[in-house]
Design a protein around this ligand. Structure first.
Ligand SMILES: [Zn+2]
Length: 452
């Protein structure tokens, strides 16, 4: 079920994709759902569904959430999609042909955590229990095919150290390098006992291990659309290892180019606690949109704390950000200007082409994924200065018509340029402002009604 954790990543990705589109790039945003593996089988069973039926429902819910948040993805890929199954098999066969996967399976015995979808090493367990899933892993032995990850230690170290594969933030790069220097072990890439997965092309009695197969989704899209390699993988820090070690090693094995950058964003708590159904502090995407509107919800998520760091969300914080920055800040500013323009019958003629204005101001913290800084810059610098300008010039008391027109023209151009800067974050609001402040200007209901 989508929760605000997924929403946080996906809104950030959408801001980035829209920002580059606005600059004229052919930027693509890929999102989707991983649908294979024991975890899905178990969840489906609990819900009285077949795995595929269950996956259909879940992916539909994700799609609805992204629609609700105005996410403009290029493709929503499901790992049960036919083209993905075909390309995943092609990829796995290539790994096998290149000798990166053992010719024969090895017998493995160990403790398997279904929540993790992997065998757990004794050090990962606390009193024999998985600390993340609070469950006892099950003893399990089976034959698995292994990917020779251990042979990539040196090469990966070089690639990561030199930023050929850039890992951000740099604290995460150091963590990965530290772990990498302790050495890599070969990893299992198949399950013989699990039917719900993609059959290995070279041994149909095995299915591909879900994590390995799911990573290939990027290649499914990128290779078919001829947009490989990806410029960026945006991931939660819990899956950083897969994206910076295993995935690059798989690509190196088949002689493919690596993604340029992997960025791990932080995790958040809610009122200082981990989000959990038991505590009852789960925030759904719909609740956010119901309360703040689409753009308000997109805004409060990214304005709360710097991307990449861990932070704390709360309804209080969201309310405060919404009221101060949107209702009182941007919303009030637009309302003031509309009223002034309306009473003085001001008209915007030959407004500059929005795209051109934007390109003039194209240097933005967004490029470094500093969404929080980018928003701060717009609010403190642009919106702050415009507010100040209006207070100093006091257009409502200017008697000279020509002078009044000049002041209003400047202020409205400033507001239009602010609209273009907020566009990646708040596309609907930007469009509303640009539309309202062109031609004849009329007052309209507040952009962001105050929340009590
Ligand atoms: Zn676990």
């Amino acid at each position: 079920m989508p929760h605000i954790g997924h929403t946080y990543t996906t809104v950030a990705a959408d801001v980035l994709a829209r920002f580059y589109k606005q600059l004229g790039y052919d930027s693509r945003l890929l999102t989707g759902t991983d649908e294979h593996g024991a975890k899905i089988v178990e969840a489906a069973k609990k819900n009285g569904r077949a795995p595929k039926e269950y996956a259909d429902e879940i992916s539909e819910k994700f799609k609805q959430s992204w629609k609700l948040f105005n996410i403009e993805y290029s493709r929503f890929i499901r790992t049960t999609d036919e083209d993905h199954i075909k390309i995943a098999q092609y990829f796995l066969q290539k790994l096998y042909d290149k000798g990166a996967i053992d010719l024969k399976p090895r017998l493995y015995k160990g403790l398997y955590c279904i929540g993790h979808e992997k065998f757990m090493s004794p050090e990962e367990l606390v009193d024999g229990i998985c600390p993340d899933h609070k469950t006892k892993p099950v003893e399990h032995s089976e034959e698995n095919y292994y990917f020779k990850l251990s042979s990539f230690t040196k090469e990966l170290e070089e690639i990561i150290t030199s930023d050929k594969l850039k890992i951000q933030p740099s604290s995460k790069k150091n963590e990965i390098l530290g772990k990498l220097r302790q050495g890599l072990e070969d990893i299992s890439v198949s399950r013989a006992s699990l039917e719900w997965g993609i059959p290995l092309p070279f041994d149909k009695t095995h299915t591909a291990y879900v994590w390995i197969e799911a990573l290939i989704n990027y290649y499914t899209y990128g290779s078919q659309e001829k947009v490989w390699p990806a410029d960026l993988h945006l991931v939660g820090k819990d899956i950083l290892w897969f994206h910076t070690i295993i995935w690059p090693a798989m690509l190196l094995s088949i002689g493919e180019r690596l993604p340029k950058e992997v960025f791990a964003h932080g995790f958040f708590t809610i009122n200082g606690q981990k989000m959990s159904k038991t505590i009852g502090n789960v925030i759904s995407p719909k609740q956010l949109v119901d309360k703040y509107g689409v753009d308000g919800a997109r805004y409060v998520l990214l304005a709360a704390f710097p991307f990449g760091e861990d932070g704390d969300f709360s309804w209080d914080l969201f309310d405060r950000l919404y009221n101060s920055d949107l209702a009182n800040g941007l919303g009030n500013l637009a309302a003031r200007l509309a009223k002034l323009a309306e009473t003085s019958e001001f008209k915007i003629t030959n407004a500059e082409n929005p795209k051109e204005i934007y390109r003039k101001a194209q240097k933005s913290a967004i490029e470094e994924l500093k969404f929080h800084d980018a928003l701060n810059n717009i609010w403190l610098t642009d919106i702050g200065s415009l507010d100040k300008h209006i207070n100093q010039e006091q257009p409502w008391s200017i008697k000279d018509k020509k002078r009044l027109q000049e002041v209003l023209r400047y202020e409205i151009e400033e507001l239009r340029s602010i609209a273009l800067k907020i566009y990646p974050f708040m596309p609907q609001t930007a469009e509303k402002i640009l539309k309202q402040f062109s031609g004849e200007i009329k007052s309209s209901p507040p952009l962001f009604p105050r929340i009590g």
